[in-house]
Design a binder for this molecule. Sequence first.
Ligand code: SF4
Length: 354
Amino acid sequence: MWSALADKALAGTLLSRDEARAVLHAPADELLTLLDAAFRVRRAHWGRRVSLHVLDNAKVGACPEDCGFCSQSSKHAGEGTASPSGEAPMKTVDDLVEGARRAHATRAKRYCMVTATRGPSQRDLDTICAAAERIKGEMDIELCASLGILTAAKAQRLAAAGVDRFNHNLETSERHYAQIVSTHTWRDRVDTVRLEQQAGMDTCVGGIVGLGESEDDLLDLAFTLRDLDVDSVPVNFLDARPGTPLAHYPQVEAGYALRALCMFRFVHPRTDLRVAGGRELTLRALQAMALFPANSIFTQGYLTTGGATPEADHQMIRDAGFELELASGEAEPANPEAMKNLLGPARRPSLPMA
Ligand code: SF4
């Protein structure tokens, strides 16, 4: 059955909802067969290439929004721990350029500047755009930004400054979103995705598994993203943050996480599918298995705490028989030796949010 779903996806035919649901229920004995089928689809469009993405938290904490999973929301302050890093001012242009240099040194294809905010202020936009122009003039790296809700003018300004892709996750289904966030709507987020597209930027739009959503919520998210024709889908797994309303939510089971990634691959055969935040915590020893449905990962940690080091990620990619995809589109072998001591020791994993 899984092979037949791969054939269907490769032929460009959208899976039925029941077929996508069946993927989420694949028996443990069939997990390897399922991953093999998803890999056939992934290999047809991405070969054995893995792209590394690096996040840079340009402005940490004190966000006025109330996303229930996020430790950077000011609404959760006083409930234990708010942002573990506290509130920090916007980084400077020099800081951001230096961050891009470090990302480039890890052989990352993409560098993403992120701010904890409802939407970018004029001053923050000026900083991001100035950094984008300098980074684009200095090195070959794809540039992404995740700055919250946009207007048409702000989207156009970012595109003109050289931002290639904008991230704005839908997180979950429209139905479940109001259980998680009250300060803006799921429709607000869809509107920003449309503005990104109209401005000519690639769209990076994903979600989080483990928000207490039903199976139908997860399927709705996958099919909505297909309808929106997004270019990139980051799939996060909840790493419940202390002090947030979701602090007590259980961790996603590793096998379910892999089945969810396979489901997203079948529904999004050509899309840049990323195993994103919560990878290390959720998948543990099975992390390399995620490379069979997904073609990209974050390295060098997440927004408020760290993740696997570039050295560990290069080693995993090499050991699993994959290779790196660079911004130039060329492939090169992963090189854990060259990554040694590049950024210091591994830190605890956490969840990227924006
Ligand atoms: S997810 Fe983004 S918008 Fe929501 S509270 Fe966190 S930083 Fe703010």
